[in-house]
Design a protein around this ligand. Structure first.
Ligand code: SAM
Length: 332
């Protein structure tokens, strides 16, 4: 019987975290992620929950212990709690998180909690309906806020709110978002805009850096206090307000890449392994799952993907090649 080795790449990085996209569909159309009109994948091409659970059982034997379910919008996929239950039952998995836009969360928060989901990140790019509409090209801020509070009531602790910060779009939202995090005891995280939009509109001058956002927040609230890094592979650099009420995180993949500590791999909704958000090559798992491949053969595909991982995403280099797929097709 095969001994499963940990997933160590050629730079010594150990991979213990898997992001699972369960759909490319979404109920809003954020311009930094999706086009306005989309041809979604046919349902038959999307991995079933049983196929995802089998893949997770295999990578768990290779040391993956942390999962994040994402999309597209994961809550548009039917019966998501059923998948969470299956993942919770996989030996070795100790942490299961979800990234959602929150639009459907108020109806599903309790069922997700009961199914074993431990943590939730909710996207919130601003607190004005106008900003919400400008970014998402849909109405819905109230529904997102309802979803956030429903998650709190359902017992989720340490809810994280994620805002993509874009110059000329939501600078004015930075202070209200910081205040909101303080008022409600949540962590607000600002993510730099990455070149993963579907319409090829990204420009480096639109990137509102973590440093710039920190200055905006400090001008309003006073100095932020760095929080000791709990996990070297974490994507965010965290700060607290001086009175310890509320926490701010900065995810700065463009101005301060964190590839050297990356421990993540991804599987797309149609079952392709990606070793990086920005990878230009994928390893097919769906074909293996549906054609009778053994666990060992699937493990070999995972190893091949990890072995081929590059040192860094290279956004900051002249050789950078933007992936053909946009964020909603990869799974953020
Ligand atoms: N629909 C869910 C949501 O909105 O959270 C999950 C999928 S979404 C692709 C995951 C995260 O990626 C969100 O926080 C979103 O804001 C972020 N994101 C999408 N496109 C991005 C981009 N071009 N640059 C930075 N972050 C992006």
């Amino acid at each position: 019987m095969r001994i499963y080795e940990p997933l160590v790449d050629s730079f010594g990085r150990v991979h213990t975290s898997l992001r699972i996209s369960v759909t490319d569909r979404c109920n809003i159309r954020c311009f930094y992620c999706m086009p306005e009109t989309v041809d979604f994948l046919p349902r038959a091409e999307i991995l079933t929950y049983e196929e995802i659970a089998r893949f997770v059982c295999i990578v768990a034997r290779m040391g993956v212990d942390k999962l994040r379910v994402t999309g597209g919008e994961p809550l548009v996929r039917a019966e998501l709690p059923r998948l969470i239950e299956k993942l919770t039952a996989v030996p070795g998995i100790r942490d299961i998180a979800l990234t959602t836009n929150g639009m459907l969360l108020s109806a599903q928060a309790s069922a997700l909690k009961e199914a074993g989901l431990q943590r939730i990140n909710i996207s919130l790019d601003g607190l004005s309906e106008e900003t919400f509409r400008r970014i998402s090209r849909r109405k819905g801020l109230e529904r997102v806020l309802d979803g956030i509070f429903a998650a709190q009531r359902a017992g989720f602790e340490k809810i994280r709110l994620n805002a993509v910060a874009i110059r000329g779009i939501n600078e004015a939202e930075v202070v209200p978002l910081g205040r909101f995090a303080r008022q409600h005891g949540m962590e607000m995280r600002f993510i730099e805009f990455m070149p993963l939009d579907a319409e090829d509109k990204w420009q480096s001058r639109q990137v509102l850096s973590g440093e710039e956002i920190r200055e905006i927040l400090e001008a309003e609230f006073g100095p932020l206090v760095p929080v000791e890094c709990e996990d070297p592979s974490q994507t965010a650099v965290n700060y607290e307000f001086a009175d310890s009420i509320g926490r701010i995180g900065f995810i700065s993949p463009v101005t301060q890449p964190f590839c050297h500590n990356c421990n993540r791999l991804r599987i797309t909704a149609e079952g392709k392994i990606r070793n990086c958000l920005f990878s230009t090559y994928e390893w097919d798992v769906r074909g293996l799952l549906r054609n009778g491949a053994s666990d060992e053969e699937i493990a070999d595909a995972v190893c091949a993907a990890i072995q081929a991982k590059k040192r860094g995403h290279g956004i900051d280099s002249n050789e950078f090649v933007k992936p053909e797929r946009a964020m909603y097709q990869i799974g953020g």
